[in-house]
Design a protein around this ligand. Structure first.
Ligand code: AHR
Length: 495
């Protein structure tokens, strides 16, 4: 029997809702087809945005959306994507499949989407191939409420009032597809570009995000933090989980054996070490710095589904992905004091999507249901939680990983939410939970579970879903539970 302690008296930090964010790039069928089908489509839409997808994302509690890239951001010229759609420039999306980008989804459409979703906007600017003036004018176009050339341009495109911009990224992966820069050079560019991204929204400061490291490139974090320091509100880490760790042969999304399952989970759990090490570097450079960590690209990355365009990064999603999502979101929750935002890659039809579409059909993936299950953590207070657990062996370099990964939070009414992920594909786990200084009145629980290959598809949309969980017994000050193998469970505890 594993011991689980929740201490509601140990209030650690508010869990920023934006930890539950998504990322949407002009890549494959994410923006086009996935989110936006155009006003003339037969697929039901509002101003071009797919109604079914918007509804599903609202139900999931999507708090913030990052756009337009990714690598695409550093070759995106925002003026190509405004005004009369029939006159917008067409370009080749050289990063992703070499397809024609007709720019019919641009700045106004992105904010229309965010407004329909009721979520915050995170726009990523172009440092790699764009100018300081171009970036400065984009911010002016989006946010200036007064008389100015860019505000007039916005008004001439039918939008009188400014858009509500919450986050602005200054470049993306500047160490790679965003310009192949050295950290010192990027940091200088960050300072320069950021200077001209003005705050036009009165009391609302646009939170600036500096390009952070690729996985364990601690030197990048150190150098950028040394130079950029307090001039950035966040620095963004990118880390993807590849089952094999090999970009040439990443592994299939649906066909994997136990070793590959364990290797995937072990590599996903590596996120904890990455987060803690990068935070330690940031702290060592400047202990009083307000800059927070962002993880604006994370998730599983497999070989594309057979027969699909290799540049579109379309992959299926199984219970294995649900486990990756469950454990990763618990890791983010547990570092809520220093993590401001995270954005899974990507929302629809690309990498670890929450939604897949095929024409007018739509499927919610196992990952979707984890986000939906966890949404009550958003804006709650993270409280202390501790669990004993067995370790599971993985043959890869990252070694063992824990069978149980948890986090707990409390809402403003004192209701406690605990999410527990059982990462084992075969073994259940008995736990005894004690909640400090608490007389438990009632408990309800939900579960997402299944054999690790189970998935939702266009002919079995609800195979994996959130179900009621009854495998627990309430105690005076906690509960005992038997957590099935390969499952994500949420307990809602009323006192
Ligand atoms: O999410 C796919 C790609 O992965 C993004 O465009 C890029 O930033 C990262 O390398």
């Amino acid at each position: 029997m594993e011991k689980y302690l929740i201490n509601p008296n140990e209030k650690i930090a508010k869990i920023n809702k934006d930890i539950y964010g998504n990322f949407s790039e002009h890549l494959g069928r994410c923006v086009y087809e996935g989110l936006y089908v155009g006003e003339d489509s037969k697929i039901p839409n509002k101003n071009g945005m797919r109604c079914d997808v918007v509804e599903a994302l609202k139900e999931m509690g999507l708090p913030v959306l990052r756009w337009p890239g990714g690598c695409f951001a550093d070759e995106y010229h925002w003026k190509d994507g405004i005004g009369d759609k029939s006159k917008r420039k067409k370009m080749i999306n050289t990063h992703w499949g070499g397809v024609v980008e007709d720019n019919s989804f641009g700045t106004n459409e992105f904010f229309e989407l965010c407004e329909q979703l009721g979520c915050d906007a995170y726009v990523n600017g172009n440092v790699g191939s764009g100018t300081v003036q171009e970036m400065s004018e984009w911010v002016e176009y989006m946010t200036f409420d007064g008389v100015s050339p860019m505000a007039e341009l916005r008004k001439s495109n039918g939008r009188e009032k400014p858009f509500d911009l919450t986050y602005f990224g200054v470049g993306n992966e500047s160490w790679g597809c965003g310009g192949n820069m050295h950290p010192e050079y990027y940091a200088d560019l960050y300072r320069r570009y950021n200077t001209y991204c003005r705050d036009y929204m009165g009391n609302k400061h646009i939170k600036r995000i500096a390009c952070g490291p690729n996985a364990k490139d601690y030197n990048w974090t150190k150098k950028v933090m040394e130079k950029v320091g307090g001039q950035a509100d966040g620095i963004s880490l990118h880390y993807y989980t590849l089952p094999t760790g090999d970009w040439g042969h990443k592994g299939s999304a649906t066909e994997f054996d136990k070793d590959e399952y364990n290797s995937t989970i072990s590599r996903a759990y590596f996120m904890k070490e990455l987060v803690e090490n990068h935070l330690a570097v940031m702290q060592s450079v400047n202990p009083h710095c307000h800059t927070k960590l962002i993880i604006d690209e994370w998730g599983t990355w497999y070989d594309v589904e057979p027969g699909t365009n290799p540049g579109f990064l379309y992959q299926q999603n199984t219970m294995r992905d649900a486990i990756v999502a469950g454990l990763t979101l618990n890791i983010f929750n547990k570092h809520a004091d220093r993590i401001m935002m995270a954005n899974i890659a990507q929302t629809v039809n690309v990498l670890q999507s929450v939604i897949l579409t095929d024409g007018e059909k739509m499927v919610k993936t196992p990952t979707y249901y984890v986000f939906k299950m966890y949404k009550e953590h958003q804006e709650n207070t993270l409280v202390g939680s501790y669990i004993t657990t067995e370790k599971i062996h993985s043959k890869n370099d990252n070694g063992n990983f824990p069978q149980l990964v948890e986090s707990a939070s409390v809402d403003e009414n004192g209701v406690i939410y605990s999410t527990v992920t059982n990462t084992s594909s075969t073994k259940s786990a008995k736990i005894k939970c004690q909640i400090a200084d608490t007389k438990v009145e009632s408990i309800t629980a939900e579960i997402i579970t299944g054999e690790c290959h189970e998935k939702n598809d266009f002919d079995c949309e609800e195979n994996v879903n959130i179900k009621e969980f009854t495998g627990f017994r309430k105690l005076k000050d906690g509960f005992v539970a038997d957590i099935p193998a390969c499952s994500v469970v949420k307990f809602v505890i009323n006192k």
